[in-house]
Design a protein around this ligand. Structure first.
Ligand code: PNS
Length: 162
C-alpha cells in the first residue's frame, strides 16, 4: 500500500488544494491530508474547523483521510510510517520555499521522507487561501475559489470577527 501525506495550513481549503488532493488520490492508495497546528501563525479557522471543512469537501474521495499534526512533519510522517509528502507548485515563486522544505525534510529524516510536487492546474495557479480571505473580507465573489459549501462559512467567520 503506497501512502502519502499532503500537509498544509488549508486556511481555508481552496479549489487549488482540492485539485491537488484529487490528483494525488489517483496516484497513491491512501492520501492523508493533514492540517498543521501552528500556534505561531494566526489563522482564520481553528484546526478543528479546517479539518471539518476538509472532511466535507473530500467526502466523495474514498482513499483520502483527514488529520492534523503538531511539530515537525518528519516526526509525524515517521509516526504514520509514510515516506512521501505531496505538495502543489503554483509558480516559480513557490519553488524556492518548497525546495528548502523538501531538502530539509530529506536531511532531517536521513533520506526517509521524499517530496513529490504536482503542478497546480492552470486555472488555479493564482489561487491562494490568503487571496480567498482578502476577496471575501471586501465583499468579493469567492465562488470561483472555494466549493459552495464553504462560501457562507467563510463570510460568516469574517463577519464574526468584525
Ligand atoms: O500550507 P502551507 O502553510 O504552505 O504549509 C506549510 C507546511 C505545513 C507544509 C510546512 O510549514 C510544514 O511542514 N511545517 C511543519 C514544521 C516542519 O516540519 N518544518 C520543517 C520543514 S522546513
Amino acid at each position: 500500500m503506497k501512502a502519502a501525506i499532503y500537509p498544509g495550513s488549508f486556511d481555508p481549503v481552496t479549489f487549488g488544494h482540492i485539485d491537488i488532493i484529487k490528483r494525488a488520490a489517483t496516484i497513491f492508495d491512501t492520501l492523508i491530508v493533514s492540517v498543521l497546528n501552528n500556534e505561531r501563525k494566526s489563522s482564520l479557522f481553528s484546526v478543528d474547523e479546517r479539518v471539518k471543512l476538509l472532511r466535507e469537501v473530500t467526502k466523495d474521495i474514498p482513499n483520502v483521510e483527514i488529520d492534523s499534526f503538531d511539530g515537525l512533519l518528519v516526526d509525524y510522517a515517521a509516526k504514520k510510517d509514510v515516506h512521501v509528502v505531496v505538495r502543489g507548485l503554483r509558480a516559480i515563486t513557490d519553488f524556492e520555499y518548497e525546495l528548502q522544505n523538501a531538502q530539509t525534510n530529506r536531511l532531517l529524516s536521513k533520506g526517509e521522507l521524499d517530496t513529490m510536487f504536482l503542478t497546480t492546474s492552470l486555472e488555479y495557479a493564482y489561487l491562494s487561501s490568503s487571496a480567498v480571505k482578502e476577496i471575501a473580507r471586501f465583499g468579493g465573489d469567492i465562488s470561483a475559489c472555494v466549493p459552495k459549501y464553504e462560501e457562507q462559512i467563510i463570510i460568516d467567520k469574517l463577519n464574526s470577527l468584525k
